[in-house]
Design a protein around this ligand. Sequence first.
Ligand code: HEC
Ligand code: HEC
Length: 294
Amino acid sequence: MADLPSGFWSGWIVVVTVVSLVTLAWLVLSVYFGRDENVGHPSGEDPVWDSDLREDDNAPPLWWFWLIFSAMIFSVVYLMLYPGLGGFRGMLGWSQHSRLEGSYSEFDQQFDAVRATIAASSLSELQNDPALMTTADRLFNRNCSACHGEDGQGQADLFPNLMDADWQWGATAEHLEQSIRYGRMATMPAWIGPLGEEGVNEVAAYVQVMGDPGSEALPGQARYAMFCAACHGMDGAGNPLLGAPNLLDDNWLYGGSIEAIRESVAAGRNGIMPAFNERLDDAQIKLLVARLTR
Ligand code: HEC
Ligand code: HEC
């Protein structure tokens, strides 16, 4: 009701409501108490229909009266206390909104204690608390699984596995927190322009076997040293500051086939991990970090 424009419509509703209530009260009272026993039909005799049906004006039973009367009292009291009478908010100041806010702040207070516990605990303490880890699983399912897969093992050669020990952006709890809180934007440039088809094929073939014995002899090695080492490291171990992955292991985000690697090198890759700092609070982020470092 508070959403109704005040002024004319509010006044109109008040008038209609009050007039209906008063009319109803008058009707009920007149049926029960306004009857004059001496007044019969104007013609002097009571009419009879269908040979034996008489007009009879016995009042309905008295308990009906009390029922209707108490319903009316209830309506009046209700309209005085709660919103319902046009723009009048009621003497209790109740509204759906304030009730919702009340239940939110209750909820918040209830969880403030849990939040404080989480803030004061170490990651391993959190990991040893089954109830909190269940909450962490739920948080993960709700916020992360759509991309990282139901069990966090990665998906579609696009979303990294979060259950292995291989971290593109760094392995410490601080790094993980940073990834979740602020997101990540990886920039792997496209090399088809500078290197051409031939150059891309050569360097991709080198990168695929990089680190294996004899791989330094491959023609792609020189190009790697010139164009790729700045980010991926001379030895190919990667650089967590740039999110440049380790190219020595057999762990490929975008696929380890020669075609997939060629595609990564030729067209570049720009993986985006969204920032969650506005969707999750500190306690929730800490629980997720605990879950990922379990
Ligand atoms: C400016 C820094 C930079 C340079 C230079 C660079 N890369 Fe990358 N590379 C990255 C980043 C960052 C990623 C991760 C992209 C992502 O996660 O979306 C990446 C990803 C890759 C991948 C995919 C790895 C996977 O796990 O699927 C390959 C392959 C790759 N780079 C090869 C190369 C080669 C070959 C060169 C040189 C021709 C090169 N990169 C030069 C930054 C760089
Ligand atoms: C919209 C899809 C998407 C969602 C949702 C998402 N992520 Fe990611 N996440 C990515 C992508 C893509 C990357 C890889 C970025 C790159 O290429 O470097 C990533 C990377 C990460 C990394 C860094 C991995 C590494 O190897 O360093 C962490 C940690 C991470 N996500 C955790 C989470 C958590 C926890 C959640 C849930 C709160 C989440 N992500 C939700 C897409 C998503």
